[in-house]
Write a new protein. Structure first.
Length: 492
């Protein structure tokens, strides 16, 4: 029997639906993560500029972004809670055996989540209620709590990739847990900083992309210029840093998880002078079809020399490595991530060169078209990075200590497939509702801007209460918004 078929036959029927359910919920949640982690920082940068320059437009942008931040956080609570339950329900073997070792990371994330909810509430409530300086200072802990939450999740995930901080007793159960070693594993540093910078540049490009679309539609006032420049500058600065960090984490994988690296580069046999394949497909017999072959490059990238030895997939038994199909998925995900990162570096350089030479924003429509696409592209890169990380670790859920098949639930596979279908329906409703709310906010904000442009009086961003009686819509403009309430200042 073919090796891949044999391995598939030996796995529990629950494994595939459990994997698909976890993959879908994680992929959905991660769409929200960049804004959850990095939008507080970007918002506070804009808030600081508004106070420093006495710029009402910057304060207006900060206030509107804080509203988006709150809506996103509310949806993130739902999707994040689903994930936390799935760890216990889908993978009881993992949590039952190893929870004492790496569960501290989830505890840290839970506390950070709670603190962030409180701080977001204070920050939102503080608009037009607190003194500007006091309000800004109360918002400063927000980015720190977001980073703390990322710390907890990345500590748990990096432990699954390079587990340490425990001993095994005669029954193979972990004992003598060292919490610090379990938190700060060999892969924690590379994974954490790679993730944090990825969130920063992704959120920056996503937010800037909204205003890039506005620029392409002819909205080139101070509001749209500022709304584009601040997040895009943050993302542009972070992009080359991320490129360096990406190279660093790939090198860490090469040294600490050589089989995963072999999957990322579809290296079949251990050898030197290994070529690099851009895309391509690995077959179960070790042959590769398609893609672009670049001689020697993989060895050079791994160890700066063509004589660098690269460990191949066949260095371990077939049941201890990703299958050919899984390796191909990992390889494509890794290549897509690198390709997008490279294009974003070029976009950042374009922006930087124009700014340094002319002290103004680029004027090319192609630049803004690229900027409008950069947010979506960076989200795809984040998704691809997680695919490379998780699929590349197969068949291990705890690297070299527990296989995924050993951790999966005993719930019937039919029940899991039905649950997946229900979750997909519910998530479509949730994300549809999120989109509807954001579009409603945009419509209200745009109507307020039109009223301002028509000469109607408007409230200063720090001078009115958002929770008191709403300002009436002028009768002459009621038809343009269908009677929509417009007391909240805002634009798209």
């Amino acid at each position: 029997m073919h090796t891949s078929v044999q391995l598939l036959a030996d796995t529990p029927a629950q494994l595939l639906p459990a994997r698909e359910l976890m993959a879908f919920t994680l992929a959905s949640h991660i769409i929200l993560v960049p804004l959850g982690v990095a939008l507080p920082f970007i918002t506070l940068v804009m808030h600081y500029l508004g106070l420093r320059r006495n710029d009402a437009t910057a304060l207006l942008l900060a206030r509107r972004w804080s509203a988006v931040m709150a809506v996103q956080f509310a949806v993130g609570v739902i999707t994040g809670t689903v994930l936390s339950f799935e760890f216990g329900l889908l993978w009881p073997g993992l949590m039952g055996r190893w929870g004492d070792v790496f569960g501290i990371g989830f505890g840290v994330e839970a506390w950070a989540f709670f603190l962030e909810a409180v701080l977001i509430a204070i920050y939102l409530y503080g608009w037009r209620r607190l003194k500007p300086r006091t309000h800004f200072l109360l918002g400063l802990p927000l980015p720190a709590t977001a980073l703390l939450g990322a710390f907890g999740i990345l500590a748990a995930n990096s432990w699954m990739n390079t587990p340490q901080g425990f001993s095994l007793d005669a029954d193979g159960d972990p004992v003598d847990v060292n919490v610090w070693k379990a938190l700060f594993t060999p892969m924690f540093g590379p994974q954490y900083w790679h993730f944090v910078v990825a969130m920063l540049l992704t959120a920056g490009y996503v937010v800037a992309g909204v205003y890039a679309v506005g620029w392409l539609r002819g909205r080139r006032d101070h509001y749209h210029r500022l709304g584009f420049t601040v997040p895009f500058t943050i993302a542009a600065v972070a992009t080359p840093v991320q490129f360096v960090l990406g190279d660093s984490i790939a090198r860490s994988v090469f040294h600490k998880q050589p089989v995963k690296f072999a999957a990322m580069e579809i290296v079949w046999k251990t050898d030197t002078r290994v070529p690099e394949y851009l895309f391509g497909r690995l077959h179960p017999d070790g042959s590769i079809s398609g893609g672009i072959k670049i001689p020697l490059l993989d060895s050079v990238l791994a160890g700066f020399s063509p004589n660098t030895k690269v460990v191949g997939l066949t260095s371990v038994p077939a049941d201890e490595r990703p299958t050919a199909t899984q390796a191909t998925i990992v390889h494509w995900a890794f290549d897509i991530m690198v390709l997008i990162g490279s294009v974003l570096v070029l976009l950042a350089l374009w922006y930087g060169l124009v700014w340094l030479r002319r002290r103004r924003l680029p004027a090319s429509k192609w630049f803004y078209r690229s900027a409008a696409c950069a947010g979506v592209a960076s989200v795809v890169a984040v998704e691809s990075g997680w695919i490379a990380t998780e699929v590349g670790r197969q068949p291990w859920i705890v690297y070299q200590n527990m296989r995924v098949a050993e951790a999966v639930t005993s719930t019937r596979s039919t029940t899991l497939w039905i649950t997946l279908g229900l979750v997909i329906v519910v998530y479509l409703f949730i994300f549809g509702s999120l989109l509807a709310v954001l579009l409603k906010m945009r419509t209200r904000w745009r109507l307020v801007d039109e009223q301002r442009a028509a000469g109607h009086p408007a409230h200063a961003p720090e001078a009115d209460s958002p929770y008191g009686p709403r300002a009436p819509v002028p009768a002459g403009d009621a038809t343009s918004g269908g009677g929509t309430d417009t007391s909240e200042d805002g634009r798209s």
